[in-house]
Ligand binder design. Structure first.
Ligand code: PXP
Length: 243
């Protein structure tokens, strides 16, 4: 397929549901709407504290997603067991801290403990035919390490780029993304990017050489909440006049 694929992260639909302990809004329904609108894949992060996506969501999504199901998770034996049982199309390994609001940085692949955990997870998943992508900071050495560990893809962390003010600082972050992308091209490893991408900054990275996939969540779900609001109010008003 030509062009860059969009994988929509629907975690925050589940955040809203968990907040009220209701059955809605349902990330499975959201995923279907994203697919109908043209998304090329659906991403969910099953966190260890289960703050948004639940195990059942992953199982049901595995049955309903018709495009690509990308399961983001920590490189722990528990998560690897879940991935082996559900067989997503792709697993993206991410670092995870309980206290963080969202994933804060790329995998620390140069730390022996992380390297071992990631290496073990990749070999168990690869043995089951599941491709693994690693969420990394945009550094050539991290791209190299990802390939050495057996990843088929890297997802470059765009968070620093998205937070940098326009000007020199942002240019520096773009240069980091460009260097890491070139390294991925040299090695022939798949290239994705994500985190913090929104309607104002996404176009700034579309030129990255070899970029095939973006994972975007917060900005799309946030915009949907606002662009859908007038319709939701009108529907409620229509019901009220009926009574
Ligand atoms: N990629 C990874 C690896 C992530 O952990 C997240 C956040 O769950 C995203 C992409 C999406 O980030 P955002 O919600 O800021 O678009």
């Amino acid at each position: 397929m030509d062009g860059i694929r969009l994988h929509v992260n629907v975690d925050h639909i589940a955040t809203l549901r968990q907040q009220r302990g209701t059955r809605f809004p349902d990330p499975v329904t959201a995923a279907a709407i994203c697919e109908l609108a043209g998304a090329h894949g659906i991403t969910v992060h099953l966190r260890e504290d289960r703050r948004h996506i639940q195990d059942r969501d992953v199982r049901v999504l595995r049955e309903t997603v018709k495009t690509i199901l990308n399961l983001e998770m920590a490189a722990t034996p528990e998560m690897v067991g879940i991935a082996l049982a559900t067989v997503p199309d792709l697993v993206t390994l991410v670092p995870e801290k309980r206290e963080e609001k969202t994933t804060e940085g790329g995998l620390a692949l140069l730390q022996p403990e992380t390297e071992r955990a990631v290496g073990e997870a990749i070999s168990r998943l690869a043995a089951a035919g599941i491709g693994v992508s690693l969420f990394i900071d945009p550094e050539p050495e991290m791209v190299q390490k990802s390939q050495d560990l057996g990843a088929v893809m890297v997802e470059l962390h765009t968070g620093d780029y998205t937070l940098a003010p326009r000007g020199e600082k942002r240019d520096r972050e773009l240069a980091r993304l460009e260097n890491a992308s070139e390294k991925a091209g040299e090695l022939g490893i798949g290239l994705a990017a994500g985190h913090g991408l929104d309607y104002t900054n996404v176009r700034g990275i579309l030129h990255l050489p070899g970029l095939v996939e973006l994972n975007i969540g917060h900005s799309i779900i946030s915009r949907a909440a606002l662009t859908g609001l007038s319709e939701a109010v009108a529907e409620m008003l229509a019901l009220m006049t009926y009574v």
